[in-house]
Ligand binder design. Structure first.
Ligand code: ADP
Length: 174
């Protein structure tokens, strides 16, 4: 039955999570990058990149659009799938919040289609893409709370203390 997933917070590295699906803060090329993306491909092995290349050769010739999500194998990671999503680059001049919210909604939709019950997310867009952490946490938590999904648990995996604090404040303040 669809309901809003239970939210849990975990400090640490998303590549170590034993969940059905982990979400990658990818870039639209799907061909790898730094941050979470680099860690996932390094730890997950070449099978993930091979599937990403196949997606680029097929349906996603122009890359994966911002705000969308697509799944691959998780390779050697202790998860079953990686859901790749492309967060918006933060902009001072333009409100791109809806695109960031879409990353969470679309990732949950794809994960639920696969049958995932537990899904781990990083703080999408809050690294190289420059989104201020408090606002990234607000959008992440509000979006998951307002999404009906067959996914039972959303685990936010926060890489540093500042990220953990921002998410904890948001989860516990409302
Ligand atoms: P983006 O390009 O969407 O900003 P990044 O990968 O640069 O994505 O960063 C997103 C967030 O993920 C940042 O808060 C960063 O510190 C964090 N991060 C980096 N590596 C990991 C990891 N292995 N596990 C969880 N979070 C990570």
């Amino acid at each position: 039955m669809a309901h809003s997933p239970k939210i849990t917070l975990v400090p640490g590295d998303i590549t170590e999570q034993h969940v059905d699906a982990i979400v990658n803060a990818a870039n639209s090329s799907l061909l790898g990058g730094g941050g979470v993306d680099g860690a996932i491909h390094r730890r997950g092995g070449p099978e993930i990149l091979a599937e990403c290349r196949a997606l680029r050769a097929g349906h996603y010739g122009g890359g994966l659009p911002t705000g969308r999500a697509v799944a691959t194998t998780a390779g050697r990671l202790p998860a079953r799938w990686v859901v790749h999503t492309v967060g918006p680059v933060w902009s001072r001049d333009e409100d791109r919040s809806e695109l960031l919210a879409s990353c969470y909604r679309e990732s949950l939709r794809i994960a639920a289609e696969l049958g995932a019950r537990t899904v781990a997310f990083p703080a999408v867009s809050a690294g190289v893409y420059g989104w201020p952490m408090e606002d990234a946490a607000r959008i992440a938590v509000e979006t998951v709370r307002s999404t009906q999904s067959a996914v039972e648990e959303v685990r936010f995996v926060l890489f540093d203390e500042r990220a953990y604090q921002a998410f904890a404040e948001r989860v516990h303040s409302s």
